[in-house]
Design a binder for this molecule. Structure first.
Ligand code: DGJ
Length: 318
Protein backbone atom coordinates (compact mmCIF):
# COMPACT_ATOMS: atom_id res chain seq x y z
CA UNK A 1 0.00 0.00 0.00
CA UNK A 2 2.74 2.42 1.08
CA UNK A 3 4.67 1.54 -2.07
CA UNK A 4 1.59 2.17 -4.20
CA UNK A 5 1.06 5.55 -2.51
CA UNK A 6 4.72 6.46 -2.96
CA UNK A 7 4.64 5.50 -6.64
CA UNK A 8 1.55 7.64 -7.08
CA UNK A 9 3.25 10.59 -5.38
CA UNK A 10 6.33 10.21 -7.57
CA UNK A 11 4.36 10.00 -10.81
CA UNK A 12 2.25 12.98 -9.73
CA UNK A 13 5.37 15.05 -8.99
CA UNK A 14 6.79 14.16 -12.39
CA UNK A 15 3.69 14.86 -14.43
CA UNK A 16 3.29 18.23 -12.70
CA UNK A 17 6.69 19.24 -14.02
CA UNK A 18 5.33 19.18 -17.57
CA UNK A 19 3.80 22.38 -18.89
CA UNK A 20 1.55 22.35 -21.94
CA UNK A 21 2.09 25.12 -24.45
CA UNK A 22 -0.83 25.65 -26.77
CA UNK A 23 -0.58 27.96 -29.74
CA UNK A 24 -3.10 30.07 -31.62
CA UNK A 25 -5.11 31.74 -28.87
CA UNK A 26 -4.72 35.06 -27.10
CA UNK A 27 -2.84 34.84 -23.82
CA UNK A 28 -4.48 36.10 -20.62
CA UNK A 29 -2.52 37.32 -17.63
CA UNK A 30 -3.12 36.20 -14.06
CA UNK A 31 -5.67 39.03 -13.68
CA UNK A 32 -7.62 37.72 -16.67
CA UNK A 33 -6.56 40.57 -18.98
CA UNK A 34 -5.24 40.00 -22.52
CA UNK A 35 -1.46 39.88 -22.53
CA UNK A 36 -0.14 42.72 -24.69
CA UNK A 37 3.55 42.15 -25.35
CA UNK A 38 4.14 41.96 -29.08
CA UNK A 39 7.60 41.80 -30.64
CA UNK A 40 8.59 40.37 -27.27
CA UNK A 41 11.99 40.43 -25.61
CA UNK A 42 12.91 38.21 -22.64
CA UNK A 43 15.30 38.17 -19.72
CA UNK A 44 15.57 35.23 -17.33
CA UNK A 45 16.34 36.02 -13.69
CA UNK A 46 16.81 32.87 -11.57
CA UNK A 47 13.73 30.77 -12.38
CA UNK A 48 11.60 33.65 -13.67
CA UNK A 49 11.16 34.83 -17.22
CA UNK A 50 10.52 38.54 -17.67
CA UNK A 51 8.86 39.41 -20.95
CA UNK A 52 8.53 42.90 -22.37
CA UNK A 53 6.69 43.86 -25.52
CA UNK A 54 4.48 46.28 -27.40
CA UNK A 55 1.09 46.98 -25.86
CA UNK A 56 -0.89 47.18 -29.09
CA UNK A 57 -4.29 47.60 -27.44
CA UNK A 58 -4.34 51.11 -28.92
CA UNK A 59 -2.86 49.74 -32.17
CA UNK A 60 -0.46 52.50 -33.11
CA UNK A 61 0.84 53.91 -29.84
CA UNK A 62 2.40 51.00 -28.03
CA UNK A 63 3.41 51.40 -24.42
CA UNK A 64 5.88 48.75 -23.26
CA UNK A 65 4.43 46.18 -20.88
CA UNK A 66 6.34 43.80 -18.64
CA UNK A 67 5.07 40.41 -17.47
CA UNK A 68 6.72 37.64 -15.46
CA UNK A 69 6.28 33.89 -15.52
CA UNK A 70 8.01 30.73 -14.37
CA UNK A 71 6.49 28.52 -17.07
CA UNK A 72 5.81 30.79 -20.07
CA UNK A 73 2.12 30.04 -19.49
CA UNK A 74 1.04 31.94 -16.40
CA UNK A 75 1.94 35.58 -16.94
CA UNK A 76 1.74 38.14 -14.16
CA UNK A 77 1.46 41.75 -15.29
CA UNK A 78 4.36 43.60 -13.63
CA UNK A 79 4.26 47.12 -15.00
CA UNK A 80 3.99 49.45 -17.93
CA UNK A 81 7.72 50.04 -18.00
CA UNK A 82 7.64 52.65 -20.77
CA UNK A 83 4.53 54.73 -21.17
CA UNK A 84 3.30 57.19 -23.77
CA UNK A 85 3.68 60.79 -22.67
CA UNK A 86 5.10 59.73 -19.30
CA UNK A 87 8.53 58.22 -20.00
CA UNK A 88 9.21 60.68 -22.81
CA UNK A 89 7.06 63.61 -24.00
CA UNK A 90 7.33 62.63 -27.70
CA UNK A 91 6.26 59.05 -27.08
CA UNK A 92 2.76 58.53 -28.40
CA UNK A 93 3.03 61.73 -30.45
CA UNK A 94 6.02 62.07 -32.80
CA UNK A 95 7.52 58.76 -31.70
CA UNK A 96 6.43 55.17 -31.10
CA UNK A 97 8.21 52.04 -30.00
CA UNK A 98 8.55 48.63 -31.64
CA UNK A 99 10.38 45.44 -30.61
CA UNK A 100 11.62 46.42 -27.13
CA UNK A 101 14.35 44.09 -25.83
CA UNK A 102 15.72 43.78 -22.32
CA UNK A 103 19.30 43.42 -21.10
CA UNK A 104 20.97 43.29 -17.71
CA UNK A 105 24.35 44.90 -17.32
CA UNK A 106 26.36 43.13 -14.60
CA UNK A 107 28.92 45.95 -14.30
CA UNK A 108 26.50 48.82 -13.78
CA UNK A 109 23.76 46.61 -12.26
CA UNK A 110 21.26 48.35 -14.50
CA UNK A 111 18.50 46.95 -16.67
CA UNK A 112 18.63 48.36 -20.18
CA UNK A 113 15.97 48.40 -22.88
CA UNK A 114 16.87 48.81 -26.55
CA UNK A 115 14.07 49.25 -29.07
CA UNK A 116 13.07 50.65 -32.43
CA UNK A 117 12.24 54.33 -31.81
CA UNK A 118 10.19 55.43 -34.76
CA UNK A 119 8.28 58.34 -36.29
CA UNK A 120 5.70 58.87 -39.05
CA UNK A 121 6.03 56.56 -42.07
CA UNK A 122 9.04 54.90 -40.47
CA UNK A 123 11.06 57.93 -41.49
CA UNK A 124 12.93 58.52 -38.22
CA UNK A 125 14.66 55.10 -38.26
CA UNK A 126 16.12 55.46 -34.78
CA UNK A 127 16.91 53.28 -31.79
CA UNK A 128 15.66 54.02 -28.28
CA UNK A 129 17.60 53.27 -25.10
CA UNK A 130 16.13 53.25 -21.56
CA UNK A 131 17.53 52.10 -18.22
CA UNK A 132 16.48 51.31 -14.68
CA UNK A 133 17.94 50.10 -11.39
CA UNK A 134 15.03 47.69 -11.00
CA UNK A 135 13.82 45.21 -13.54
CA UNK A 136 10.21 46.35 -13.23
CA UNK A 137 11.17 50.00 -13.61
CA UNK A 138 10.56 52.87 -13.65
CA UNK A 139 12.74 53.15 -16.79
CA UNK A 140 14.38 56.43 -17.75
CA UNK A 141 14.95 57.63 -21.28
CA UNK A 142 18.62 57.63 -22.23
CA UNK A 143 18.67 58.17 -26.00
CA UNK A 144 16.53 58.13 -29.12
CA UNK A 145 18.73 58.48 -32.18
CA UNK A 146 20.24 56.72 -35.15
CA UNK A 147 22.99 54.56 -33.61
CA UNK A 148 26.34 55.88 -34.83
CA UNK A 149 24.26 58.03 -37.20
CA UNK A 150 22.98 54.96 -39.09
CA UNK A 151 19.28 54.60 -40.00
CA UNK A 152 18.00 51.67 -37.95
CA UNK A 153 14.59 49.91 -37.78
CA UNK A 154 13.63 46.33 -36.77
CA UNK A 155 15.91 45.16 -34.02
CA UNK A 156 17.00 42.66 -31.42
CA UNK A 157 19.80 42.26 -28.87
CA UNK A 158 22.24 39.48 -28.15
CA UNK A 159 24.61 39.03 -25.19
CA UNK A 160 27.60 36.78 -25.70
CA UNK A 161 29.11 34.46 -23.06
CA UNK A 162 31.72 37.08 -22.13
CA UNK A 163 29.08 39.77 -21.61
CA UNK A 164 29.71 41.56 -24.92
CA UNK A 165 26.34 42.83 -26.08
CA UNK A 166 25.09 43.60 -29.58
CA UNK A 167 22.16 45.52 -30.98
CA UNK A 168 21.29 43.94 -34.31
CA UNK A 169 19.06 45.98 -36.57
CA UNK A 170 17.84 46.46 -40.10
CA UNK A 171 19.77 49.44 -41.39
CA UNK A 172 19.91 52.01 -44.19
CA UNK A 173 16.32 51.79 -45.45
CA UNK A 174 15.96 48.06 -44.80
CA UNK A 175 18.97 47.13 -46.93
CA UNK A 176 21.45 45.48 -44.60
CA UNK A 177 21.75 44.18 -41.05
CA UNK A 178 23.87 46.23 -38.68
CA UNK A 179 25.63 44.33 -35.91
CA UNK A 180 26.26 47.14 -33.39
CA UNK A 181 28.67 46.28 -30.62
CA UNK A 182 27.54 47.98 -27.42
CA UNK A 183 29.68 49.87 -24.94
CA UNK A 184 30.45 48.16 -21.63
CA UNK A 185 27.47 49.86 -19.99
CA UNK A 186 25.18 48.74 -22.87
CA UNK A 187 23.89 52.32 -23.24
CA UNK A 188 25.43 53.14 -26.61
CA UNK A 189 26.89 51.53 -29.73
CA UNK A 190 30.63 51.66 -30.29
CA UNK A 191 30.98 50.08 -33.73
CA UNK A 192 28.82 48.69 -36.50
CA UNK A 193 29.55 45.78 -38.82
CA UNK A 194 27.30 45.72 -41.86
CA UNK A 195 26.32 42.19 -42.84
CA UNK A 196 23.77 40.52 -45.12
CA UNK A 197 24.25 43.45 -47.48
CA UNK A 198 21.29 44.35 -49.71
CA UNK A 199 19.49 41.21 -48.51
CA UNK A 200 16.69 43.18 -46.78
CA UNK A 201 16.37 41.08 -43.63
CA UNK A 202 14.39 42.09 -40.55
CA UNK A 203 13.15 40.59 -37.28
CA UNK A 204 16.58 39.07 -36.50
CA UNK A 205 16.82 36.65 -33.58
CA UNK A 206 20.10 35.03 -32.56
CA UNK A 207 20.97 32.14 -30.28
CA UNK A 208 24.38 30.60 -29.54
CA UNK A 209 24.65 26.83 -29.33
CA UNK A 210 27.95 25.08 -28.67
CA UNK A 211 30.02 27.92 -30.09
CA UNK A 212 27.87 28.50 -33.18
CA UNK A 213 25.58 31.51 -33.62
CA UNK A 214 22.28 30.76 -35.35
CA UNK A 215 20.24 33.64 -36.71
CA UNK A 216 16.63 33.57 -37.89
CA UNK A 217 15.30 36.52 -39.86
CA UNK A 218 12.48 37.49 -42.18
CA UNK A 219 12.11 39.48 -45.37
CA UNK A 220 10.52 42.96 -45.18
CA UNK A 221 6.83 42.58 -46.06
CA UNK A 222 5.16 44.85 -43.51
CA UNK A 223 2.78 42.87 -41.30
CA UNK A 224 2.48 39.98 -43.77
CA UNK A 225 4.38 36.82 -42.93
CA UNK A 226 7.08 35.53 -45.25
CA UNK A 227 9.77 32.85 -45.49
CA UNK A 228 11.99 32.71 -42.40
CA UNK A 229 15.65 32.18 -43.23
CA UNK A 230 18.48 30.71 -41.23
CA UNK A 231 22.14 31.62 -41.22
CA UNK A 232 24.91 30.49 -38.89
CA UNK A 233 28.47 31.37 -38.05
CA UNK A 234 31.23 30.68 -35.58
CA UNK A 235 31.88 34.42 -35.51
CA UNK A 236 29.36 37.02 -34.46
CA UNK A 237 30.51 39.66 -36.94
CA UNK A 238 31.78 37.63 -39.91
CA UNK A 239 31.57 34.40 -41.90
CA UNK A 240 27.78 33.98 -41.73
CA UNK A 241 26.54 31.19 -43.99
CA UNK A 242 24.31 32.05 -46.98
CA UNK A 243 20.67 32.40 -45.96
CA UNK A 244 18.68 29.18 -46.23
CA UNK A 245 14.96 28.52 -45.88
CA UNK A 246 13.64 27.24 -42.59
CA UNK A 247 10.00 26.34 -41.96
CA UNK A 248 7.26 26.86 -44.51
CA UNK A 249 7.00 29.83 -46.92
CA UNK A 250 5.23 32.03 -44.33
CA UNK A 251 7.06 30.85 -41.21
CA UNK A 252 3.83 29.16 -40.08
CA UNK A 253 2.21 32.59 -40.15
CA UNK A 254 4.71 34.17 -37.74
CA UNK A 255 7.67 36.52 -37.63
CA UNK A 256 10.55 35.95 -35.20
CA UNK A 257 10.67 37.96 -31.99
CA UNK A 258 13.08 36.01 -29.77
CA UNK A 259 14.77 32.67 -29.23
CA UNK A 260 14.74 31.27 -25.69
CA UNK A 261 17.26 28.85 -24.20
CA UNK A 262 15.78 26.36 -21.74
CA UNK A 263 18.61 24.89 -19.75
CA UNK A 264 17.40 21.78 -17.96
CA UNK A 265 19.20 19.14 -15.91
CA UNK A 266 19.03 16.59 -18.72
CA UNK A 267 19.22 18.75 -21.82
CA UNK A 268 19.10 22.25 -23.23
CA UNK A 269 16.17 23.07 -25.49
CA UNK A 270 15.39 26.12 -27.59
CA UNK A 271 12.11 27.87 -28.22
CA UNK A 272 11.21 30.10 -31.14
CA UNK A 273 8.92 32.97 -30.10
CA UNK A 274 7.18 34.69 -32.99
CA UNK A 275 4.38 37.13 -33.67
CA UNK A 276 1.31 36.10 -35.62
CA UNK A 277 0.56 39.68 -36.64
CA UNK A 278 -2.85 41.00 -37.69
CA UNK A 279 -4.75 38.01 -36.41
CA UNK A 280 -7.16 39.57 -37.36
CA UNK A 281 -5.88 43.03 -36.32
CA UNK A 282 -2.83 44.45 -34.54
CA UNK A 283 -4.17 44.36 -30.96
CA UNK A 284 -5.20 40.72 -31.42
CA UNK A 285 -1.89 39.58 -32.90
CA UNK A 286 -0.87 36.34 -31.19
CA UNK A 287 2.41 35.29 -29.62
CA UNK A 288 3.40 31.84 -30.81
CA UNK A 289 5.98 29.51 -29.27
CA UNK A 290 7.45 26.62 -31.27
CA UNK A 291 10.26 24.25 -30.31
CA UNK A 292 13.43 25.07 -32.21
CA UNK A 293 15.47 21.90 -32.54
CA UNK A 294 19.18 22.65 -32.89
CA UNK A 295 21.24 19.50 -33.08
CA UNK A 296 24.36 18.34 -34.89
CA UNK A 297 24.65 21.69 -36.67
CA UNK A 298 21.07 21.50 -37.95
CA UNK A 299 18.25 23.82 -36.96
CA UNK A 300 14.53 23.17 -37.42
CA UNK A 301 11.32 24.88 -36.27
CA UNK A 302 8.72 22.35 -35.12
CA UNK A 303 5.32 23.94 -35.90
CA UNK A 304 3.50 22.18 -33.05
CA UNK A 305 0.12 23.63 -32.15
CA UNK A 306 0.57 22.01 -28.80
CA UNK A 307 3.58 20.55 -27.00
CA UNK A 308 4.83 19.96 -23.50
CA UNK A 309 7.98 21.23 -21.88
CA UNK A 310 9.67 20.24 -18.66
CA UNK A 311 11.60 23.23 -17.35
CA UNK A 312 13.42 21.08 -14.80
CA UNK A 313 14.87 18.59 -17.27
CA UNK A 314 14.78 20.75 -20.40
CA UNK A 315 12.88 18.05 -22.30
CA UNK A 316 10.14 18.67 -24.83
CA UNK A 317 7.49 16.13 -25.86
CA UNK A 318 4.63 16.15 -28.32
C1 DGJ B 1 7.59 44.33 -39.80
C2 DGJ B 1 8.35 44.54 -38.55
O1 DGJ B 1 8.98 43.38 -38.18
C3 DGJ B 1 7.43 45.02 -37.46
O2 DGJ B 1 8.13 45.18 -36.26
C4 DGJ B 1 6.81 46.30 -37.93
O3 DGJ B 1 7.80 47.26 -38.09
C5 DGJ B 1 6.10 46.08 -39.25
N1 DGJ B 1 6.99 45.54 -40.22
C6 DGJ B 1 5.50 47.37 -39.77
O4 DGJ B 1 4.97 47.19 -41.05
Amino acid sequence: MLLALLCHAVSFAKSSDWVTIKNGDLWYDTDGKVVQAHGAGFLKVKDTWYMIGEDRSKSWNPDVNMYSSKDLQHWKFEAKIIENGVTHPDLGKQRFIERPKLLYNKKTKKYVVWCHWEGRNYGASEAGVFYSDNITGPYKFHAGERPLGIKSRDCNVFVDDDGTAYFISTIEENQHLGFFRLADDYLSATECTQLFKRQSREAPAIVKVEGTYYMLSSACTGWDPNQCKLSYSKNMTSDWSPLENIGDRIAYDTQAASILTIQGKKQTSYLYVGDRWMDPDLPNSKTIIFPLVIKDGKCEIVPANQFEINFKTGEIRY
